[in-house]
Design a protein around this ligand. Structure first.
Ligand code: ADP
Ligand code: F6P
Length: 472
C-alpha cells in the first residue's frame, strides 16, 4: 500500500461516479463547499484523499485528481441509508443547523455511524506514512480522530467542521453526545468556522465530559487539544481570473440576451437543501412582484438548485414544494417567453458558474443557517469590475467577514423584501465601495490563507506548509 505524508479524510471524494449521455460511466467533480475549498489547495501535492465515491458496493479504483491520490472507502446500501442519509444527514445535519427541520434519532443509525467511522479510520491508518499529518473533515466523521489515534498514535491529527456547531441547548438532545465529543477530542487541533462554535464546543466538553475547557485549549488524557475558528475560503484569484476571461464575459453577455435582456438579474445558487432558505426567498420575490415593486419584464430571478441527498424524506418534500412554488409563480406572473423565475437543477462547470455570477446584478444568498457559504464568496471574487450587490443572510458564516453585503434575516419576510429592494435600487458608487472592500478582504483571506493558519497551528514544524506551497 502506497503511503502519504498528508492524508485528507472526507466523506466524499472530490469526484463522483455519474452516467454520461451515451450511458457510459464517467467521473465528475462532486458539488459542495468542502470540495470547492480543498481541491484547489491540494492540487499537485503528494497527498492522499480518503473518501467515498458516491455509490454502493465494492470500491472503484479511481484515477488521481490533479495529482492527488484517491483512496476509496466502500459503503454498502445499509451504510448509505443509515450512516450517510440517516445519522449524518437526518440527525446531525438538521441538529447542527438550528433544528430548522426536526432531527431524527434511531439507534441503528448510530451503529452505522460507528461502523463507517471505524472503516474510514482503518483506511486512513493504512495510507498514512509514519508521523504523517491527517486532516479529517466534517460532521460525517466525528469519531475518526479518536479511532485513528488508537490505531496510530504516531500521527498528527487535525479535524475541521465545515458546518455550524450548535449551542449546548440543542446539542444536548443528541442521545450519543458524549461519544461524539470524545471522538473529536482525538484530534490535536479542532477547527470551526466561527469562534461561537468553538465556544459552544468548549462549554459542552466541560458540561458533558466534566473536563475543564477554554475556547482555545482542552487538556485531556495527558494531551492538549487546541480549538479555534478558521473561516474557510475560496481560491479568490482563480475565480477572479476565470470571471475575467473573454470567453466567460461573452458567455455572460449571451446569457443576459437569452434571459430577455432584462434590466436586472437576480441569481441564487444552492444545493437543494432546507437550510438554504429557498422557499422564503421565493415567497419574498413573489410578494414583491404581486405588490408591483418588481416587474417581471425588467427583472428576472435565476434560481439554480442542484438536487442533493435525494433519498432523504425532508429533501424530497423540499424539492416538491420548491418546484410547486416556482410553477405557481411562473403561472401567475410569467408570460409566454418571459418567466418570472428561470429554474435550473443542473450541475455546471466552473466557467458557466463564473458567467452566471458575472451576469447577476444581485446575488441572493439567504440561508436560514450555513457554516460558511462559499457561493457568496465566489460571487464577490467574480465581480472583477466592482459592480453587483450581494444580499446575504446574517446566519451564513460568511456574514461575519462580509459586513458590506446587504445583510438580512431570512426568517423576517418583510426584512428580506426590503433588503432585496435595497440591493436592486442601490447606486453604482455605493455598490462599488462595498464590492471593493469585500473583494479586498477575500484576496487577503483566501483558501491558502485558511490552510496556512490551520496547518501552521497543526504542524508547528512548517514542513507541511512548504510542501503545499501555501507558506508564502
Ligand atoms: P454547501 O457546502 O452547503 O453545498 P457552499 O455554498 O459552501 O454550500 O458550497 C457550494 C459549492 O458548490 C460552491 O463552490 C458552488 O460553486 C458549488 N455549486 C453549487 N451549485 C452548483 C451547480 N449547480 N453546479 C456546480 N457547482 C455548484
Ligand atoms: O458543507 C457541508 C457538506 O456536507 C459538505 O461536506 C459537502 O461538501 C456538501 O455539504 C455537499 O453535501 P453531500 O456530500 O451530502 O452531497
Amino acid at each position: 500500500m502506497r503511503q502519504s505524508s498528508l492524508v485528507v479524510v472526507a466523506n466524499r471524494l472530490p469526484i463522483d461516479d455519474s452516467v454520461a449521455p451515451d450511458g457510459a460511466c464517467e467521473w465528475r467533480r462532486s458539488p459542495g463547499g468542502l470540495v470547492s475549498a480543498l481541491l484547489p489547495l491540494l492540487r499537485h501535492t503528494p497527498a492522499t484523499w480518503v473518501g467515498w465515491a458516491g455509490g454502493t458496493g465494492p470500491a472503484p479504483a479511481l484515477p488521481d485528481v490533479d495529482g492527488v491520490r484517491m483512496h476509496t472507502v466502500p459503503l454498502t446500501a445499509d451504510d448509505l441509508r443509515d450512516h450517510y442519509e440517516g445519522f449524518a444527514n437526518a440527525t446531525l445535519w438538521p441538529l447542527y443547523h438550528d433544528s430548522v427541520e426536526q432531527p431524527e434519532y434511531h439507534r441503528s443509525w448510530w451503529e452505522a455511524y460507528q461502523r463507517v467511522n471505524q472503516r474510514f479510520a482503518e483506511a486512513t491508518a493504512d495510507v498514512a506514512e509514519p508521523g504523517a499529518v491527517v486532516w479529517v473533515q466534517d460532521y460525517h466523521l466525528q469519531l475518526v480522530p479518536g479511532l485513528l489515534r488508537e490505531l496510530r498514535p504516531d500521527l498528527r491529527i487535525g479535524f475541521f467542521l465545515h458546518v455550524p456547531f450548535p449551542p449546548p441547548e440543542l446539542f444536548m438532545q443528541l442521545p450519543r453526545r458524549a461519544e461524539l465529543l470524545r471522538g473529536m477530542l482525538g484530534a490535536d487541533l479542532i477547527g470551526f468556522q466561527r469562534s461561537q462554535a468553538a465556544h459552544n464546543f468548549a462549554q459542552l466538553v466541560a458540561k458533558v465530559l466534566d473536563v475543564p475547557a477554554t475556547d482555545r485549549r482542552i487538556a485531556v488524557d495527558d494531551r492538549v487539544v487546541r480549538i479555534g475558528a478558521f473561516p474557510v475560503s475560496i481560491d479568490t484569484a482563480e475565480m477572479a481570473a476565470l470571471a475575467a476571461r473573454p470567453d466567460v464575459a461573452d458567455r455572460a453577455a449571451r446569457l443576459r440576451h437569452d434571459l430577455g435582456s432584462p434590466e436586472q438579474v437576480i441569481l441564487s445558487v444552492d444545493r437543494m437543501d432546507y437550510t438554504k432558505g429557498i422557499e422564503q426567498r421565493l415567497k419574498a420575490y413573489s410578494e414583491l412582484i404581486a405588490h408591483g415593486h418588481v416587474k417581471v419584464r425588467d427583472t428576472v430571478l435565476v434560481q439554480v438548485a442542484v438536487p442533493s441527498r435525494e433519498r432523504v424524506g425532508q429533501y424530497q418534500i423540499l424539492r416538491e414544494r420548491v418546484e410547486r412554488e416556482v410553477g405557481r409563480i411562473n403561472g401567475e406572473f410569467g408570460r409566454v417567453g418571459e418567466p418570472a423565475i428561470h429554474y435550473l437543477t443542473q450541475p455546471f462547470d466552473r466557467a458557466e458558474l463564473a458567467a452566471l455570477y458575472r451576469v447577476a446584478d444581485v446575488m441572493a444568498v439567504t440561508p436560514l443557517r450555513d457554516g460558511m457559504n462559499l457561493v457568496a464568496k465566489e460571487y464577490v471574487a467574480a465581480r472583477v469590475d466592482d459592480t453587483g450587490a450581494l444580499l446575504l443572510s446574517e446566519f451564513a458564516g460568511a456574514a461575519a467577514e462580509l459586513p458590506q453585503a446587504y445583510l438580512v434575516n431570512p426568517h423576517d419576510l418583510e426584512g428580506l423584501k426590503q433588503g432585496l429592494l435595497a440591493a436592486l435600487r442601490a447606486g453604482p458608487d455605493d455598490l462599488g465601495a462595498r464590492m471593493r472592500a469585500m473583494r479586498a478582504h477575500l484576496h487577503r483571506h483566501d483558501i491558502r490563507a485558511w490552510a496556512r493558519s490551520y496547518l501552521s497551528a497543526l504542524d508547528d514544524s512548517g514542513s507541511l506548509l512548504t510542501r503545499l506551497g501555501a507558506a508564502g
